[in-house]
Write a protein that binds this ligand. Sequence first.
Ligand code: DMJ
Length: 485
Amino acid sequence: MTLTRLQQSQASLNYTYFTEILPHVFLFQMMKFAWDNYKRYAWGENELRPLSRNGNDGRTFGGLRGASIVDSLDTLYIMGLGEEYQEAKEWVENNLNLNVGGEASLFEVNIRYVGGLLSAYYLTGEEVFKRKVVELGRNLLPAFNTPTGIPHGVVILAGDSRRSSGGDLGRSSVLAEFGTLHLEFVHLSELTNDSIYTEKVMNIRKHLNQLDKPRGLYPNALNPVSGNWEQHYVSIGALGDSFYEYLIKSYLMSDRTDEVAKRMYYAALEAIENNLVQRSPGGLIYVAEWRGGILDHRMGHLACFSGGMIGIGAEHGSPETRQHQLDLAANITHTCHESYRRTPTKLGPEVFRFDDGAEATAPRVNERHYILRPEVVESYMYMWRLTHDPKYREWGWEALEALERHCRLATGYSGIIDVYGHIIQHDNLQQSFFLAETLKYLYLLFSDDDLLPLKDWVFNTEAHPLPVIPRNCSQERGHRPNWTH
Ligand code: DMJ
């Protein structure tokens, strides 16, 4: 080998060391640390409360336990935390009881438990995950027993009294909740060879498609009895977000055959662009919220997933809009990065504003928290894969450092109360999505593109990878592509 060749290979080794190997070592130990502390103080509970060193059960999961375990299965597996993955699998096998009696959020159970079990099955082929997810899926069906088939937000999972929470007849169903079932339910039909799951979500799709939409926008709340919109609030953040994400991902997961999802996605994006996308006086592009025609110049941390979503959608729309959508995705991701960069902690607030002189900052005290959310690093990951612009890895590294500095306690990770505070106060919760999403997206940001290639896998809204269903392989039900090449 010549000296130049040797120097070149040394340089490329150094490059790989700093941009992939070192971040992977950090993320591996971060995941292990989060897991070990959960195991030590909150094993079997839904989430770890690191300051009080106990578990958080919450009521969202209706008595289901172990949310952090189910949410972590795929991350542990992908990162090669073999022993921890085995512990998680054994817990699911022996302790995940699906016959529980409380009121569960259909959305949360679907994205975390159904999504987590499905991806664990597709990655590992272990039958236990399939058995559990099929049983759970069946338990969710009563939620759809409404006059319109638009599900209630809440379902009672238990034994004979299984039903949807009928007490809320007048209560609205939320767009981001009933609109975030499609990917998992289509896979449930694939696994069971029973079309009922697909029928349920196709019915939602059909209903939404034929409804009148104000200026082409989808309001956040719908009455499951009358089937009409309840109000005209529109947001690509809280209450709306993952509905849009599931339209484009349904198209991609169908191996680009689901033309209705595709049409609905691009029409919704056009309406969002025409009505919600704004440029701040300082030149930042953001997606405002809409309250019956009046713009609220705020953007939630949740809405920052949209950089990645618009990015992955860009190449499948018309060729004339491709570059424009890629630029929009990059601009939104840049704005979300600014919301982090403009704080002393380098972590972003829950809501940032563009009014009264604010520019991607959070003037209101009650909007300044950071609860370990993934959406900003999620967009970095997608934008890295789409562009290979090194700034996305740099930004991801900044977020990783900030997490280590401000959110790591001796007993696990915690959200913080004020990203602008100089004295850090913690919220005492290690959210399960931190293990499912934030750490996984960071890990993928620093991985080769052939780890879970985007052409073969789509991530559900909780970052659980689900395989693309090949268009001409209807006989290959429940197929599992390689997750690494
Ligand atoms: C996650 O549970 C999912 O990403 C969901 O779509 C939105 N909220 C959290 C993370 O912030």
